[in-house]
Design a protein around this ligand. Structure first.
Ligand code: 6R9
Length: 646
């Protein structure tokens, strides 16, 4: 990594930014010295039905473990994202929607339009029997109705659980069952890069396994032909015809659940991360305004999918809470050609673009011409999220895309954290390619060694957060014990992020990547254990071990070692079958790039698979396998090296 390269805050940004270096020091200082009054003051950015008088009430200690924020406050999240803007910004654009196909018409919705659409959606949900506290699964393409559906749930106090539209029927069924969701919202089909995705057909397959499911609401998106099950499925466009345009917003406790979002961890089963109403919305709004220096009237484009936390916090909740204009894009950055993302920037005069390093690497591979063919004059700020950004991609983004005039906000955070945790503020922090720089106000990061000793000054180790913040997840759905064990047992009294981190001499934080068995493929977070579980479900497979290896565009690619049941012969055909199997068990993005058949896996004498060795072999770095003396059978390793897939 090139060190020492620093991009100071420009004079222009020093002048125009809401928070400068001194302002940041003050904000952060106060947030740590007096969190109670700091957060009660910040709480004023929301519209409360009952204003809270207590801020954080939490303890990470096992015998008194609890996390609450603004617990005596009452509000409604959808009213905060819509109704309160009607008086001053009713005719301002809330959502711009850009379709997959550039020849189709874009759409836009003012805050007043959004109010009507969300109220009508909420009234349909109510009529179908959805009530406060019910779980509603949302399996939607990137169409405006996806945002309406989230906000409609929030309006009536239902808990949404969005399942990314790339997930398979098996994955949907597992998530429906885990949170006992009787309702599901989907579309006939999705569209991406000119292809259709059979969403309703996937839901039908999932429904066969998910007995909790009672009602399916289907939005007509493509007009494609789909089967409807009498008594269970209804068309949204028919249901919405005769509902009222207004729907009162349900008063909710600040700690009432807002949504569940499933995410991968180091064990097999995805965890239902639960976020609540007041703290989450405050955090989404606060971080969106600060990190992106957001001002009314600006066009904000978060090019993520609503199926991930980034879409929840920075397409829907953060921008709309701030009265922003948020752009929602149905397609992919490089279709029909490598200029598309920049054409969309020009077409809608986007001011801030927030995307993932993997997308930038894919675009960078197409050269500078597709970028230079566009103007991009509207851009003033760029952001990245999802994985560490390599300095080469960072510099390309800065120099070619932003023409050296737009700061890059490299935001480190997680599904669990609700919003940005470590990120530069554009008017306050000098930028370094690949560095997330400084903690947001309220965030108290520490670097610890394996024994939990807190390291000071320049240091490298595991990243923990020493105190709660409003956007912190509150529990794993239905599994408080797992919540505690996963995040608070490793380093008592602290939230363990599972990321490695280095702090440099300036006190800037550099995220080095996961220290658990979670891999990041094109910004999709996956547990290796999840892919292994899927592989061993196949009748031919006895055992599987999955690791990530570096990939130029995707960041990491999936490399699987598979031991077959006795009597089963390995073949190219079986390899293809297993790749298809994983696609159908989890989703296309989880398909291994390489499957190596292995008669045995390297294990310790106590039977633990030595993943460190498997990782090295997959990377082709076999000269430094480290200590193999604890292996039960060292000969296994030679066989693996000889049969490595390059
Ligand atoms: C928001 C999101 C979380 C994991 C996280 C870390 C990695 C995210 C990063 C980053 C380095 C950044 N990560 N942003 N690593 N620099 N700016 O991505 O949530 O899908 O839960 O993934 O992603 O490893 O632990 P999620």
């Amino acid at each position: 990594m090139v060190e020492g390269q620093v991009y100071p805050v420009s004079d222009e940004w020093k002048k125009r930014a809401k928070v400068d270096a001194e302002g940041y020091e003050q904000l952060h200082g106060r947030s740590i010295a007096d969190p109670g009054s700091f957060w009660l003051e910040q709480a004023r950015r929301l519209d409360w039905i009952k204003r809270p008088e207590i801020a954080g009430d939490w303890s990470f200690d096992e015998d008194d473990f609890h996390i609450q924020w603004f617990a005596d406050g009452k509000l409604n999240v959808s009213a905060n994202c819509i109704d309160r803007h009607l008086k001053t910004r009713g005719d301002a654009t809330a959502i711009i929607w850009e379709p997959d196909d550039p020849n189709e018409q874009a759409k836009s919705f003012t805050y007043r339009d959004l109010h009507r659409e969300v109220c009508r959606f909420a009234n349909v949900l109510k009529r179908e029997g959805v009530t406060k506290g019910d779980r509603v699964t949302i399996y939607m393409p990137m169409i405006p109705e996806a945002a309406f559906a989230l906000l409609a749930c929030a309006r009536i106090g239902a808990i949404h659980s969005v399942v990314f539209a790339g997930f398979s029927p098996e994955a949907i069924a597992g998530r429906i069952t885990d949170c006992d969701s009787a309702f599901l919202i989907t579309a006939d089909e999705g569209r991406r890069a000119g292809r259709t995705v059979p969403l309703k057909a996937n839901v039908d397959k999932a429904a066969a396994q998910a007995r909790a499911l009672k009602k399916v609401i289907v939005v007509r998106a493509t007009g494609g032909d789909v089967a409807m099950t009498e008594g269970r499925d209804i068309w949204y466009d028919e249901a919405v015809r005769d509902v009222a345009d207004d729907c009162p917003a349900e008063p909710m406790g600040a700690e009432d659940p807002l949504f569940i979002l499933y995410t991968s961890g180091s064990t097999g089963k995805p965890k239902g991360v639960l976020h609540t109403s007041g703290g989450y919305l405050l955090w989404a709004s606060f971080t969106h305004e600060l990190a992106f220096d957001y001002r009314p009237g600006e066009i904000f484009w978060c090019a993520a999918d609503i199926g991930w936390i980034t879409g929840h916090s920075y397409i829907v909740y953060g921008p709309l809470a701030n009265g922003a204009t948020t752009l929602m894009y149905e397609g992919v950055p490089n279709w029909p050609d490598a200029s598309r993302i920049w054409q969309v920037v020009d077409k809608h005069r986007v001011n801030t673009l927030y995307t993932a390093p993997t997308a930038l690497r894919a675009l960078m591979a197409e050269g500078d011409e597709p970028v230079k063919a566009t103007s991009r004059a509207s851009l003033r700020l760029l952001g990245t999220v999802g994985e560490p950004i390599n300095p080469e991609a960072w510099r390309w983004y800065h120099h070619v895309v932003g023409e050296d005039r737009c700061p890059i906000i490299d935001t480190w955070w997680q599904t669990e954290t609700g919003g940005h945790m470590i990120a530069p503020l554009p008017g306050a922090h000098a930028l370094k390619p690949g560095c997330a720089t400084k903690p947001m106000p309220g965030i108290d990061p520490q670097i610890v060694d394996a024994d939990g000793n807190v390291l000071t000054g320049e240091a490298q180790g595991n990243l923990v957060i020493a105190r709660s913040w409003p956007g912190q997840m509150r529990t794993v759905w239905n599994d408080q014990e797992r919540f505690f064990q996963t995040y608070f047992a490793t380093y008592p009294g602290k939230y363990f992020t599972s990321d490695g981190c280095r702090r440099d001499a300036n006190g800037d934080y550099w995220i080095t990547g996961r220290v658990d068995d979670v891999i990041n493929v094109s910004g999709h977070r996956m547990g290796t254990a999840e892919i292994e579980s899927a592989l061993v479900l196949h009748e031919s497979v006895a055992e599987a071990a999955v690791v990530g290896r570096p990939h130029d565009v995707k960041g990491q690619a999936i490399y699987a070692y598979v031991t077959l049941n006795s009597g089963v012969e390995s073949s190219e055909e079986l390899r293809d079958t297993l790749i298809k199997w994983v696609r159908s068990e989890i989703g296309p993005f989880a398909a291994p790039e390489a499957i190596q058949f292995a008669p045995a896996l390297p294990k310790t004498r106590s039977g633990k698979i030595m993943r460190r060795i498997l990782r090295k072999i997959a990377e082709g770095d076999t000269s430094s396998l480290g200590d193999t003396s604890t292996l039960a059978d060292p000969a296994v390793v030679d066989h693996l090296i000889d049969n490595r897939i390059s």
